[in-house]
Design a protein around this ligand. Structure first.
Ligand code: NAI
Length: 329
């Protein structure tokens, strides 16, 4: 029995993500919330022959109901990028949206696991943390920034240059944040040794960091990644749901390192220093973050340098998020 609410369910990500969660056999209740168009989306998805009950919640006055008695809330609400925009350009609009939605979750399902897709993830996750702290119910083990698309891209882009690799099972830890050079793929720690040249490493790293731009450019003003993001979001949600049900699963995700300070130590030594939030591979358990996974080997000099660049940018992104809530209280 797992109840899931998707906030922003009528959007480009929200619709396919809702469909994929309808296909998840562990999900028993699926609450779809949006400020537009969600009635039709929910009616459509409700005809899919799986056992979960789908309900639609349209408009701000239905938000509280949508997030009452739910175990897991996934948030893809907000505006996406257009060509020439960075994820930080979205901050002004999406910060307020995420703040309002997380306040409603805090008031109606204070123990819910919250997965944030809305960009800029590097700032919206600190916003959510600050809101939850303000309500006195913050548990860093239950809040996740969804960076799975970076992980998915890493596996797929490696396969583009190593066609014998199985993209579906290859795992590459991607740490840091979720925008441009805050995304740090640890190609040296891939689940299958890749034997890449320096040039291949540099090109792959750049493609993983800026892969989102390929989609923004190809969509030419019609938005950013939605279908691959829905796949990635559903994969993360499934890992979390299986963990809630007692399995141990591992996914990299952008979390508050306070969720496991002992586990965070290895990453702090890598150059993360006193940064509060960082994407790390996490073992998920029934209470959310079970532990931060140790680094699986020695990072290369190049990876260490990439972490240093990421940390500088992340520091600013995190402060922007925290200050948004502190100064709008
Ligand atoms: P979209 O514009 O197609 O859909 C957004 C949906 O949010 C719309 O249906 C809209 O009505 C809804 N919405 C707006 N304000 C709302 C509110 N206050 N409450 C509830 N719903 C609200 O955008 P798309 O493409 O689905 O992207 C959504 C977000 O996901 C963007 O911020 C985008 O940057 C982000 N994103 C994140 C990725 C990640 O890897 N974490 C990857 C790709 C996109």
């Amino acid at each position: 029995m797992v109840s899931v609410a998707i906030l922003g369910a009528a959007g480009g990500i929200g619709q396919p993500l809702s469909l994929l969660m309808k296909l998840n056999a562990h999900v028993t209740k699926l609450n779809l919330y949006d400020i537009v168009n969600v009635t039709g989306v929910a009616a459509d998805i409700s005809h899919v022959a799986t056992n979960s009950e789908v309900k639609s919640f349209l408009g701000a006055d239905k938000l509280a109901q949508a997030v009452t008695d739910v175990d897991l809330v996934i948030i893809p609400a907000g505006v996406p990028r257009k060509p020439g925009m960075t994820r930080d350009d979205l901050f002004k609009i999406n910060a307020g949206i995420v703040k309002g939605l997380v306040e409603a979750v805090a008031d109606n399902s204070p123990r819910a696991f919250i997965c944030i897709i809305s960009n800029p993830v590097n700032s919206t996750v600190p916003i959510a943390a600050e809101v939850l702290k303000g309500r006195g119910i913050y548990d860093p083990k239950r809040l996740f920034g969804v960076t799975t698309l970076d992980v998915v891209r890493a596996s797929r882009f490696v396969r583009d240059i190593r066609p014998k690799i199985d993209a579906a099972t290859l795992r590459i830890p991607v740490i840091g944040g979720h925008s441009g050079n805050t995304i740090v793929p640890l190609l040296s720690m891939a689940s299958t040794p890749l034997d890449l040249s320096e040039t291949e490493i540099a090109e792959l790293t750049n493609r993983i960091q800026f892969g989102g731009d390929e989609v923004v450019k190809a969509k030419d003003g019609a938005g950013s990644a939605t279908l691959s993001m829905a796949y990635a979001g559903a994969r993360f949600a499934d890992s979390l749901i299986r963990a809630i049900k007692g399995e141990k699963t591992v996914e990299p995700t952008f979390i508050h390192l306070a969720a496991d300070e002992a586990g965070a130590e290895a990453y702090r030594k890598l150059g993360v220093g006193s940064l509060e939030f960082f994407a790390v591979p996490v073992e998920l358990g029934s209470q959310g973050v079970a532990r931060i996974m140790p680094l699986n080997g020695n990072v290369t000099d190049g990876e260490r340098e990439a972490v240093a660049v990421a940390v500088n940018a992340l520091d600013a992104n995190i402060s922007t998020g925290l200050n948004f809530v502190r100064h709008s209280a």
